[in-house]
Design a protein. Structure first.
Length: 256
């Protein structure tokens, strides 16, 4: 016998709620298979849930889009910060800039190793220190470093930080809306379960299983065939039609 299973996705939850709201249209008042309170509750919660899911999908899509933009901005900023530090070290090696000035950039005086710029936080922190350090050195009448200039570095660093902020905002909003969606699921699943129970009880007097399931399915109840039932049905159709390989399209059941 086919078995019933509650919706697993938000899209299927929305479809199940929509089916419940349509019951009062499909059936006359004296033949309603469920109490009106369930239909009324579904009407109230459906638009709220749809709106919440749309909000989450919007912010999630925005987050994905901004992540792609951020990846390119990060690559560019990392390259400019790295190149600036390399030019700074070469200027120090030539004696154009005193080694003691490295502390302005948050860099070690003891070696010329490149600071780590792998993670987002490392790039954000080191980039800011390098820009601030060069600005301070120039205020002390230091000769500006060229190729790249600190102004070029700052342009790409600012673009990176702006994209970083925008992506974080979208991520926070998506997370918040996802929690709001999750908070509604338990109530919706409970409503669907209670409604489906009433529907099956209402049509339980129909002895013909196929007709009974068809009536329940008309009200939105979802049934699945088990693997062995699917195999038996496939064989039966093949035998009836004299075919070996038959693709079943059954409107009453979802096959898997």
């Amino acid at each position: 016998m086919p078995y019933r299973r509650l919706p697993k996705t938000d899209a299927s939850r929305i479809e199940a709620l929509r089916k419940i709201t349509e019951i009062e249209i499909r059936f006359s008042m004296d033949q309603q298979p469920v109490e009106f309170k369930y239909i009324q509750k579904a009407k109230q919660i459906l638009p709220l849930f749809e709106d919440q899911v749309r909000k989450y999908q919007f912010y999630y899509s925005q987050q994905v889009s901004r992540s792609r933009v951020l990846a390119e901005k990060t690559r560019k900023a990392r390259m400019y910060v790295s190149h600036f530090i390399q030019v700074l070290n070469m200027a120090i090696e030539r004696g154009d800039i005193k080694r003691s000035k490295k502390v302005l950039y948050g860099l070690s005086e003891d070696n010329d190793m490149m600071p780590k710029l792998i993670t987002d936080e490392e790039l954000f922190t080191v980039g800011k220190k390098v820009i601030d350090g060069e600005m301070k050195r120039q205020l002390e009448n230091g000769i500006p470093i060229n190729f790249p200039t600190i102004h070029s570095v700052k342009i790409y660093y600012d673009e990176y930080t702006e994209c970083r902020y925008n992506k974080k905002m979208s991520q926070d909003m998506a997370t918040r809306e996802q929690k709001n969606v999750a908070a509604m699921r338990a109530e919706i699943d409970g409503l669907i379960l209670a409604t489906w129970n009433e529907i099956e009880t209402y049509f339980s007097n129909i002895s013909d299983e196929d007709k009974r399931l068809a009536k329940c399915k008309e009200c939105g109840v979802i049934y699945y065939l088990r693997k062995k039932e699917k195999e038996r049905l496939t064989k039966k159709v093949a035998d009836d039609e004299g075919k070996v390989d038959v693709k079943i399209v059954d409107s009453q059941y979802t096959l898997f």
